[in-house]
Design a binder for this molecule. Sequence first.
Ligand code: SF4
Length: 129
Amino acid sequence: MPLFGRKEEGKVPLNNDVMMKCMCGMCPVQVQSACTQPKLKMMMDMRGKMGMQSSGMPAGSMSMMPGQMGQMKPKTEDLPGPYCSIGKAACNDLDKSKACICNQCQVYKDFSLMAGKPVEHYCFNDKAI
Ligand code: SF4
């Protein structure tokens, strides 16, 4: 069952593991984007909660099923990545002239994205298929 009502399936699922490994938040392509800043903050907050979860600290009522983000279900347009999973960025002030760091990302390696399409700049080119 796809998360967030995604219609087309790409190569990369949107799950906790991918969210934790995603490097889009530190990518030069979008770090200067004013539109992206609140989304980045939200993503960091989400990752903080996921990190606490996996380390077993405040479990209990906050617990999430593996592969799901529990009560945290942001719309994909509110996420600043992983664009290889969710497709193009909703913000239009990203700087495509900057170097793409997708191929340095563990998600890229985990899902063999070098063999998929497109091969980089998913934030502009859409999700990996
Ligand atoms: S999809 Fe690639 S180029 Fe775009 S922000 Fe993420 S890491 Fe950077």
